[in-house]
Design a protein around this ligand. Structure first.
Ligand SMILES: [Zn+2]
Ligand SMILES: [Zn+2]
Length: 146
């Protein structure tokens, strides 16, 4: 791990769990598979890959619960329910961060500090969803593939 690696910080809704990422955050994706939709209660989950070695719970480790299904573990706060990351047996070197829990601004081009309406993010999300819907209609017969 490089000393120059960026440090990102995040926390759950109740503030019981705090974490740090001493590394890069990968490309953000809007996953709208059924499992992500149900786990988050939203139309899609906003996730990005991080190195599992770079992720550290700094407070509230005792509050972390993991829902396991098919070798995938969804880590969430047992107090407030915030989804934090997912890990999987098949890829122990990677976690998938739920970037909505970040307190550090990670992707300045998509997030506007101090704004409750993140227009660039919203436009980007619509663009990505449109592309995926086109792929869905022309190439696949299952949303689960995304
Ligand atoms: Zn919490
Ligand atoms: Zn998903």
């Amino acid at each position: 791990m490089s000393l120059a690696a960026p440090i990102f910080q995040g926390s759950c809704l109740c503030g019981g769990i705090h974490y740090e990422i001493h590394g890069e955050i990968g490309d953000v994706i809007q996953c709208h598979c059924q499992r992500c939709r149900k786990a988050n209660g939203t139309a899609f989950a906003t996730n990005a890959p991080i190195s599992s070695a770079a992720f550290k719970i700094t407070q509230g480790e005792n509050l972390v619960k993991k829902f396991a299904a098919s070798g995938v573990y969804r880590w969430f706060c047992g107090e407030c329910g915030s989804p934090l990351i997912s890990s999987r047996d098949a890829q122990p070197e990677l976690y998938r961060l739920r970037i909505g829990t970040l307190d550090t601004i990670a992707v300045p081009q998509f997030f506007t500090r101090g704004s409750s309406f993140e227009l660039p993010l919203v436009l980007w999300v619509f663009y990505r969803v449109k592309i995926k819907l086109l792929k869905f209609f022309f190439q696949t017969n299952s949303l689960e593939l995304f």
